[in-house]
Design a protein around this ligand. Structure first.
Ligand code: CDP
Ligand code: CDP
Length: 206
């Protein structure tokens, strides 16, 4: 059985949290595609050429422990504007999406470019203030040296770069279901996503 769930949306909207829960519920595999760009960005920060870093990216690079920092996030969104970087990462993502047993991929261009034929497309969003507040709590909780103001500036800068770039910009696919999590608990957001997937699975089974 091949079944692909595409989950896109802006920074810290809850894509990862929802994707993990959907994957666990349906026993699908999960790929956080942002980690690919964060790993390339981290290698560029180490001095490597961006396209070379993307072409030689190894799954073990996704285990680096400095990928969940604001520095890596900013570096990711800078390398992500480069069409050659994006092209080098397409096959890995599409192979993951079409693996046997079902897959959930979250990112910015999954439902539009990587998997335009995905079985389910969700666009998860929330207000910038809400997203910054969540990401600030997450990073501060891990002991990172961040301020709420700094995280808000970071999130807004990435949203702008991600939605205004020429190649695979972050846009809502016209057949995506929108989930605004601003006033939702994690449990409510996860339930909304699982319901959306269940509806399509029931339709395709009948
Ligand atoms: O993957 P993405 O950057 O879109 O977001 P995430 O890492 O899943 O969520 C960012 C933070 O917001 C995490 O600390 C989540 O626990 C939190 N969150 C929340 O407070 N309420 C939600 N409805 C969803 C996520
Ligand atoms: O977790 P958060 O939503 O803050 O970011 P992420 O999903 O880890 O993505 C980091 C950056 O990678 C984004 O700001 C985008 O510039 C880029 N990205 C992308 O261009 N396409 C994707 N499919 C995933 C991430």
């Amino acid at each position: 059985m091949i079944f692909t769930v595409a989950i896109d949306g802006p920074a810290a909207a809850g894509k990862g949290t929802i994707s993990k829960a959907v994957a666990a519920h349906f026993d699908f595999a999960h790929l956080d595609t942002g980690l690919l760009y964060r790993a390339v960005g981290a290698k560029v920060n180490d001095g490597m050429d961006a396209v070379h870093a993307a072409e030689t990216l190894d799954p073990s690079d996704l285990n680096r422990d400095d990928l969940r920092t604001s520095d890596a996030a900013q570096a990711a969104s800078k390398v992500a504007v480069n069409p050659d970087v994006r092209a080098a990462l397409v096959d890995f993502q599409r192979n993951f999406a079409t693996r046997e047993g079902g897959a959930v991929l979250d990112g910015r261009d999954i439902g539009t470019v990587i998997c335009p034929d995905a079985d389910v497309k969700l666009f998860v969003t929330a207000s910038a203030a809400c997203r910054a507040d969540r990401r600030y709590k997450e990073l501060a909780g891990k002991g990172q040296d961040v301020t709420l103001e700094g995280v808000l500036v970071d999130v807004i800068a990435r949203d702008k770069r991600d939605s205004e770039r020429a190649e695979a910009p972050m846009i809502v696919a016209n057949d995506a279901t929108l989930i605004d999590t601003s006033d939702m608990s994690i449990e409510q957001a996860v339930a909304a996503a699982i319901n959306a997937v269940d509806r399509i699975r029931t339709q395709s089974a009948s």
